[in-house]
Design a protein around this ligand. Structure first.
Ligand code: SF4
Length: 354
C-alpha cells in the first residue's frame, strides 16, 4: 500500500500519538493476526519486506519531504519480529537521512519482546529506537486465552520488563470492557481483568499506560460471538467501575492516558501516583449519576466527536446545567420520535468511532 501522492509505502495504522510522525513500513500486516477483538489486518498475510526495499523507501521519503520530521514510526504490527541486525540498519538509515528525528517508535508484541535478548533490545535502543507500543490488553490469562491473544500475563511481564531495562520507553495498551459480561472459569471476568491488568502493570511499571474501550464492529471475529449471544458487551457504568478498580489497584509511576474517543471518560488521565485521587474522583462522580444522566453525558460526548451540537468536550462541560439541558432537549425529541432512540443512537455512534 502506498498513500496517494507518496513515493514510498505506508501501512494502515499508527498510534494517535504518532499523528505527525514520518511513517516507514518495515513489515506488512501482523504475524499473529488471531486476536478476536482486532479487525486491522484480518484477511491479509504477514510479509517481511526486503531490507533494501525499506532502505530505498527511507531514501525516497528523505528526498520527498526533506528533514522536516521530529518523530518517526516504524510500521506494521510487530517490528521486533525482524532480525535485530536488519532493524538496527533500518533505524540507523532513518537517523542518518532524517537528522531532525528525535523519537523513533514502533509497535511490538510482548511475546516477541520476551524472546529478544536484553542485549538485542539495548542495541536497538542505541541505534535510536526510543519507544515501543505494546498491546497488553489484559493481565487476566483466561481472558487473554478467550481473545486468542497468544500471550500470557507472565510473558507480558517478562517482555515488558526487558524493554524497560533496555532503556527503550514503553507504552502498554489496555482494553477496558474487554471481558464484557463474560464469566470465565465461573468468575466475573471484569473484576479479574481489572485486577490482573493492574498486577501486570505494577510489575512492569511502563512509562505510559494507554486505555482504549472495546468497541465491537463487523470484521472482528468477536462480532460473530456478539451476534450469536455468546459475548455480551458491558455498559458504560460497568466499564467505568472496571476502570476505577484498575486505577485504584495501580502502584506505578506511569503516565495514564485516556486519549481515545471510545473511552467513556477521557478526562481520566494523569501522572501516577500523584494524579490518582483526582482520576478516581472523576469516576466516582460519574458513577453517582443516574442512568438517564449517564446517557445524556455519553450522547453529548459522542456528539462532540462527530461535530454535532450541543455537545461536551469534557466532564466539566457536562456539569454546566445549561449545556446538560440542551442535550436533554435533544434526547426528549429523540424519545418522542421513537422510545429508546437515544440509547440506540449511543450504540450506533459508538460503533462508528475509529
Ligand atoms: S491486536 Fe495486535 S497482535 Fe492481535 S491481531 Fe491485532 S495487530 Fe495482531
Amino acid at each position: 500500500m502506498t498513500f496517494v501522492g507518496l513515493p514510498y509505502e505506508v501501512g494502515p495504522i499508527r498510534p494517535p500519538s504518532e499523528a505527525a510522525s514520518l511513517l516507514i513500513r518495515a513489515t506488512r500486516n501482523c504475524p499473529w493476526n488471531k486476536c478476536l477483538f482486532c479487525p486491522t489486518y484480518k484477511g491479509t498475510r504477514f510479509e517481511r519486506r526486503p531490507v533494501e526495499d525499506i532502505l530505498r523507501d527511507i531514501d525516497r521519503a528523505a528526498d520527498y519531504h526533506g528533514d522536516v520530521f521530529q518523530t518517526a514510526f516504524i510500521q506494521d504490527a510487530n517490528s521486533l519480529v525482524m532480525k535485530t541486525d536488519e532493524l538496527v540498519e533500518v533505524i540507523s538509515r532513518l537517523k542518518a537521512k532524517f537528522p531532525g528525528v528525535r523519537r523513533v517508535t514502533s509497535y511490538a508484541r510482548a511475546r516477541t519482546a520476551a524472546r529478544k535478548s536484553l542485549d538485542d533490545l539495548r542495541r536497538l535502543h542505541q541505534a535510536g529506537l526510543t519507544r515501543l507500543h505494546i498491546g497488553l490488553e489484559s493481565g487476566y490469562d483466561p481472558l487473554l486465552e478467550y481473545m486468542q491473544k497468544g500471550v500470557t500475563a507472565d510473558l507480558i511481564v517478562e517482555g515488558g520488563r526487558k524493554v524497560v531495562e533496555s532503556g527503550i520507553s514503553l507504552c502498554l495498551y489496555v482494553v477496558l470492557g474487554l471481558g464484557g459480561r463474560l464469566r470465565l472459569k465461573g468468575e466475573e471476568t471484569w473484576r479479574l481483568h481489572a485486577l490482573g491488568t493492574a498486577q501486570v502493570l505494577n510489575q512492569v511499571n511502563p512509562d505510559y499506560i494507554r486505555v482504549r474501550t472495546l468497541t465491537i464492529k463487523q470484521g472482528m471475529p468477536l462480532y460473530d460471538r456478539l451476534v450469536s449471544g455468546e459475548f455480551e458487551e458491558s455498559g458504560d457504568a460497568e466499564k467505568v467501575r472496571e476502570e476505577q478498580l484498575l486505577v485504584g489497584s495501580l502502584e506505578v509511576a506511569s503516565y495514564f492516558a485516556s486519549d481515545h474517543s471510545t473511552n467513556v471518560l477521557m478526562d481520566v488521565r494523569g501522572q501516577l501516583p500523584g494524579d490518582k485521587a483526582t482520576m478516581l474522583s472523576i469516576m466516582e462522580r460519574y458513577l453517582e449519576l443516574t442512568e438517564e444522566e449517564q446517557v445524556n453525558f455519553r450522547l453529548g460526548t459522542l456528539f462532540s466527536y462527530f461535530g454535532y451540537e450541543p455537545n461536551y468536550r469534557s466532564f466539566n462541560d457536562f456539569l454546566v446545567p445549561t449545556r446538560r439541558e440542551a442535550v436533554a432537549v435533544v434526547i426528549e425529541n429523540l424519545e418522542q420520535d421513537q422510545p429508546g432512540r437515544s440509547r440506540q443512537l449511543v450504540t450506533d455512534l459508538s460503533r462508528m468511532l475509529i
